[in-house]
Write a protein that binds this ligand. Sequence first.
Ligand SMILES: Nc1ncnc2c1ncn2[C@@H]1O[C@H](COP(=O)(O)OP(=O)(O)O)[C@@H](O)[C@H]1O
Ligand SMILES: [Mg+2]
Length: 283
Amino acid sequence: MTDQAAIQGHSAAQNRAPIEFTGVAAKYNNGHVALQGITCRIEHATSTALVGANGSGKTTLLRLIAGLIKPSEGVISPHTSKKSVALVPQQHGLRAWMPLTVSDVLRMSRFRDRGLIKRFGSADRSVIEEAADRLEVLDLRKHQFGELSGGQRQRVMVAQALAHDADVLLMDEPITGLDMPSQEAIIRIIDEERKMGRIVVISTHHMDEAELCDQVLLLANRLIAVGSPAEVLTNKNLQDAFGLRMAHGDEDDCVFHGEHDSHQGGVLHVFSDHGHGHDHFDR
Ligand SMILES: Nc1ncnc2c1ncn2[C@@H]1O[C@H](COP(=O)(O)OP(=O)(O)O)[C@@H](O)[C@H]1O
Ligand SMILES: [Mg+2]
């Protein structure tokens, strides 16, 4: 075996390794402990749903997997830099004011692979077209991104993430608030990506979406239960996870502030329609 082949073989093996959390806690800068005692394992070729009330730590867990924040305790292995990760963040309503076409948004996905100088090639084009086709947004390419419906925009964001061919696909509440065809398209993608061997992790408030995943992590700032949907989504567990908050009708979403970026090495793609200039970054 050549050195190069050995290196590639090694990195392929690392890419196939599961993601393992051992006693992980996450503490934000203000001292708030968002998660603690998280021990779990996420295999390739599986889909995992993070379920829990607002503020239960779903987004924090996705950020830990993405390497955007570091555990304050415990270990996540392999280090996220060993895998490429695509993250579709939670949508926060209409902030798509950027003067970009759908085609522009999709092309952003290929900046890492071609570099900024190399010409955009036919390989880039075909990867993007395939992703756009899978999300049924090919016909929208000439449209302004900001003029799309919420469901169309989210399908474009998912297509952009797919065009990266990352080892790990993370989506934060990908179907919340979308029209049914968009929800169905994204649910189909979760299943297809998992069958292609990727690790897929989503957060969701939709029990029917969680039930379609291989594994469910039920969170309440700690792990209430982990296992198959049937094992985890029991009345007792759901009451433990949601009980108090449901009684109080807490439907507000959490606001993020002061998060730090600590993804080191590897490749992280964050896809957001916020248009603040840091939506898409490679490491
Ligand atoms: N940047 C931050 N700084 C301080 N606390 C945060 C930050 N982001 C989230 N939190 C807090 O961490 C907890 C978990 O939040 P989050 O992971 O967003 O939960 P979820 O996605 O399940 O709604 C919440 O109590 C939230 O207020
Ligand atoms: Mg969240």
